[in-house]
Design a protein around this ligand. Structure first.
Ligand SMILES: *Cc1c(COP(=O)(O)O)cnc(C)c1O
Length: 386
């Protein structure tokens, strides 16, 4: 049987490049609390990403929780149901009410034209996601936020290094959060960051992520412990030296997939707009009703051949038990998100995905297409392939 191929595989630089950093940590005996590597990584990432200020976090979810605290968000927050659960969970953990808006069928991001009708006197913010790293319609979202006096926090967990018109998308809105989880484009095993526009806000966030301490004996807020440690930060510094190569490999894999899959009937591919430098964080496809077999059938067929594609994002966040009682969680309010979640499949993409493994993925998909094209009248009953 062939090797397992997962939807992603972490970027791991050569171990020998990491060891000198560990030796330094052992020498210094500074393990956390904003040590040398933490300072270096904040500066290096701000420079690499083209942002003014960046606060490192132990993970992306704590960055989201803290971003909502930093802006003192209250009441209702308009967000997308088409994301990883952490997006909405961060609202519940802050005692906020998520209000789900439907998504745009092309980008899978929150549809700005669906936001205004959901605004009430209790609304204080919008929490969109740059899904798959493809930027939201940030201009339309900002216009609504300005008109109604709302804050905008972007869950940019997928958007490491993404630029629009040459500018980092991380500078949009009031704050953006990144995730450096193992499965993301850039990882520190676990980790994350908040990108913020000014030094005062960075100061407040730095207090909040360290219990609210603003000095040895001064506590200014009921903060949390969300600090990135020195081992994570050191790993990030090593990782950063390899990120350009990793992004280039992702682009090549994306282009090869597009070439091999574009003529397959019933499979729709995603692309970023012309003015966007994408990071190819995911390779989503839509398995339409014109494809010979259902999305779930294709998912199972790939799995039978040790290819572990993932249905990001199915089920919708709004369908989980802690959300589905909300009026905005009704599928009638979210027809586009509902439909896309039934068709979506993310194929394996990561920098060292081999050409031969990529071909295995493509062959399984093209075989259903070719097989069924010769039997147009039969009802497809493919469960497994030999
Ligand atoms: C990964 C992810 C998160 C959570 O980040 P962690 O670092 O795993 O806590 C939040 N939102 C989205 C959209 C994600 O994909």
């Amino acid at each position: 049987m062939s090797d397992n191929v997962y939807v992603t595989s972490p970027l791991l630089p050569p171990l020998e490049e990491f060891l000198p950093y560990l030796e330094k940590i052992w020498q210094n005996r500074i393990l956390t609390n904003g040590g040398e590597f933490h300072q270096q990584l904040e500066a290096a990432l701000a420079e690499y990403l083209g942002v003014e200020h960046l606060c490192l976090f132990s993970n992306g979810t704590l960055a989201l929780l803290t971003a909502l605290q930093a802006l003192r968000i209250r009441g209702e927050v308009i967000t997308t149901p088409y994301s990883f659960v952490a997006t909405s969970h961060s609202l519940l953990w802050n005692g906020l009410t998520p209000v789900f808006a439907d998504i745009d069928p092309i980008t899978c991001n929150i549809d700005p034209s669906k936001i205004e009708s959901l605004i009430t006197p209790a609304t204080s913010a919008i929490l969109p996601v740059h899904c798959y790293g493809i930027p939201c319609d940030v201009d339309a979202i900002q216009k609504i936020a300005d008109a109604w006096g709302l804050k905008v926090i972007y869950d940019a967990a997928h958007a490491f290094g993404v630029k629009k018109q040459g500018q980092s998308v991380l500078n949009c809105g009031d704050l953006s959060i990144l995730s450096f989880h193992a499965t993301k484009v850039f990882n520190t095993f676990e980790g994350g960051a908040i990108i913020c526009p000014d030094a005062r806000m960075k100061q407040r966030i730095d207090y909040l992520k360290n219990f609210g301490f603003a000095g040895e004996t001064t506590v200014v807020a009921p903060g949390i412990n969300a600090k990135m440690n020195e081992v994570q930060a050191a790993f990030g510094l090593v990782q950063l030296q390899h990120i350009d190569g990793a992004l280039a490999s992702r682009k090549a894999i994306y282009e090869r997939y597009c070439e091999l899959l574009q003529s397959i009937e019933g499979v729709s591919l995603f692309s970023a707009p012309d003015n966007v430098e994408w990071n190819y964080a995911y390779f989503p496809i839509l398995v339409d009703t014109t494809f010979p077999i259902s999305r779930d059938c294709l998912y199972d067929m790939l799995k039978a051949q040790n290819i572990y594609a993932r249905r990001y994002f199915y089920p919708l966040i709004s369908s989980f038990s802690m959300y589905r009682h909300l009026p905005s969680a009704s599928p009638d309010n979210l027809p586009v998100a509902d439909s896309i979640s039934q068709k979506i499949l993310c194929l394996p993409i990561y920098p060292d995905l081999s050409v031969s493994d990529q071909k295995r993925v493509v062959d399984i998909i093209s075989q259903c297409d070719a097989h069924m094209a010769h039997q147009p009248s039969s009802t497809p009953v493919i469960g497994e392939v030999a």
